[in-house]
Ligand binder design. Sequence first.
Ligand SMILES: Cc1ncc(COP(=O)(O)O)c(C=O)c1O
Length: 365
Amino acid sequence: MADSEGIEKLIRSHLVGFTGYSAATSPETLEGKVTVPIESIIKMDANENPYGCSPRVLRALAESRNLNIYPDDGQQGLRKLLAAYAGTDAGRVVAGHGSNTLIDLVVRLFVGPGDEVIVCVPTFDLYRFSTEICGGTVVNVNRDDNFAVSVKGIKAAISRKTKLIFLATPNNPTGNIVPRKDILEIIETGVPVVIDEAYYEFSGETVVPLTSRYKNLMVLRSFSKWAGLAGLRVGYGIFPPRIADYLMAIKIPYFVSMAGEIAVRESLADLDYLRGRVEAIIKERARLFTELQKISWLKAYPSQANFIYCAVLKGSASELHQKLQRNGILVRYFDKTFLKNSIRVSVGKPEHTDALIKALRELKP
Ligand SMILES: Cc1ncc(COP(=O)(O)O)c(C=O)c1O
């Protein structure tokens, strides 16, 4: 058998040394590292829904007698339901195992070695991840000090090799949206544009109605955040019909599980309940923002998503993250090229805000 160096000669050369995507820490891995029982850990690190999913989903999954059979690979029922929710046609919709898989699928359709993908940094790292796996090159366009995208910068970055432009709105981790006039100007370049609306339900701003007008516009959505299905993994996208056909053709079979399909159906049948929870999170976001603003060594940025980004003005974000973790509160921290010394805090229940603010006051650097 070849040793690991031998194996590295066999894998695709651009993937040698590839470090992957750094995902949030799972509470079960923190046994012995925190001062509270694992069940009491407050998770404010992955933008999950603290209220969980609709009780209808739990009931339907418990009662389902179909988990032993494959779901419909053509996603006929699912595409119709999602289209009705998003206000589009079923032929434009493709569903996947979380919107991550749709980001990856779109990149696999458009990007090969030598191709370029434009992203506006800082932003969600998965666009880089999928692009690099496909052998493409990421072209970073810097946002300004308030994290607004630079339309001028994007236009200047477009080359003959550009295959895709990714724009998250609201953006992760900064929480701000891309103004509609900027999105329109970027779409007008004619380059395929992916608008990632994973946090749409918290901002209320969407460009889905524009998808029937522009052949280069794709919109991605997720059930992880607003519908509380992060663990079940369901996302979808709205595409020009021809692109949707190609994506359906190149996707791995059974791209959404039977459980995921059931969860979508039940969530969409319980919209009033889920929207009530979204409202509670939006209300709590305002309170969390006000409280974070009172912490003099943090600079909190306004957010239209279910998290708040904060620059750490005094002390180290990494140490702050460690100390909070030891106290049983998980937040995301960053200290890399485009994200210096900062944290991102997901909006939780009111008691989570209280616990975080109390800990931040006590941990003052
Ligand atoms: C901007 C953005 N897009 C997509 C995703 C992926 O969501 P999921 O794969 O859970 O649907 C996330 C998750 O954090 C995100 O922040």
